[in-house]
Design a protein around this ligand. Structure first.
Ligand SMILES: [Zn+2]
Ligand SMILES: [Zn+2]
Length: 264
């Protein structure tokens, strides 16, 4: 299986990333992609990818960091984009959800940072890894502005949530859709009206991507503990259950999808 979006580059894994990577491999996770959210964590993702053969990096500024970047940040992202084993630009996007740790960052600023990074992805022919929360309309509008310049396989929306209409529009634009351990949770997330299993059902297998977003979104039965890439197997099993197909089918398709988009 592939964990197409996690954060072993975050502090939560400072002490034991080596053991975590080993455990994932033993469980059958052949590829781990660490995604950056800032210059610092993007640089760390590249460092890890250089150290371990089965690790790759996606680099970018998360919308929450849009108000924290310094002058010249885009030059740094341009440089990082050219480093070996960088396979995409992310996690970039728009986020209108107010978190405990982070209020809503100025939408105008979010948009500016997002658009500039789409330009960088186009210049470097790298696919996108989109982060969005409660901002689907704006994200689609912004991406539409670049429609003719995006790659044939433009990338993926990570940790997908929303409604069927949004999902269909994302699929129409050629994107793949990533799901995490939160598909095992009961009920609806705050502000959502469509359950994640329903969205999994409606996503064709040839567009599905597995991910964990470790250290967050730990699947049941480990919810409450730190998430890690080995649990992407649980995500795969959950998708198999929801779609009523075998785990092997899910594994084969999702791994092929990730390899195709990110040229792994
Ligand atoms: Zn995200
Ligand atoms: Zn993330």
């Amino acid at each position: 299986m592939v964990d197409a979006h996690c954060h072993l580059n975050f502090k939560a894994f400072n002490e034991d990333f080596e053991a975590v990577i080993k455990r994932a491999k033993e469980k059958g996770v052949e590829i781990i992609i660490n995604t950056g959210t800032s210059i610092e964590s993007s640089t760390k993702a590249i460092e890890l990818a250089q150290k371990y053969e089965n690790l790759y990096a996606i680099i970018g500024i998360h919308p929450h960091h849009a108000d924290k970047v310094e002058e010249g940040w885009d030059k740094e992202i341009e440089q990082l984009a050219k480093m070996p084993k960088v396979v995409g630009i992310g996690e970039i996007g728009m986020d209108y959800y107010s978190y405990k740790s982070n209020g809503i960052t100025d939408p105008k600023l979010q948009r500016k940072i997002f658009e500039r990074q789409i330009e960088i992805s186009i210049e470097n022919k790298l696919p996108l890894q989109i982060h969005g929360r409660h901002a689907g309309k704006e994200i689609l509008e912004i991406i539409s502005g670049f429609k003719d310049q995006l790659l044939e396989m433009p990338g993926m929306f990570h940790c997908f949530a929303g409604n069927i209409d949004y999902l269909e529009k994302v699929l129409e634009m050629g994107f793949c859709v990533g799901f995490d351990g939160n598909i095992t949770y009961e009920g609806l997330a705050p502000g959502e009206d469509t359950s994640l299993p329903e969205l999994v059902k409606r996503t064709p297998l040839e567009r599905l991507i597995t991910e964990t977003d470790s250290p967050y979104l730990t699947p049941i039965p480990y919810r409450g503990f730190r998430n890690e890439p080995s649990y992407v197997i649980i995500v795969g099993n959950s998708i198999a259950n929801i779609k009523n197909i075998s785990f092997e089918e899910v594994e084969k398709a999702t791994s092929a999808n990730a390899r195709r988009i990110f040229k792994l």
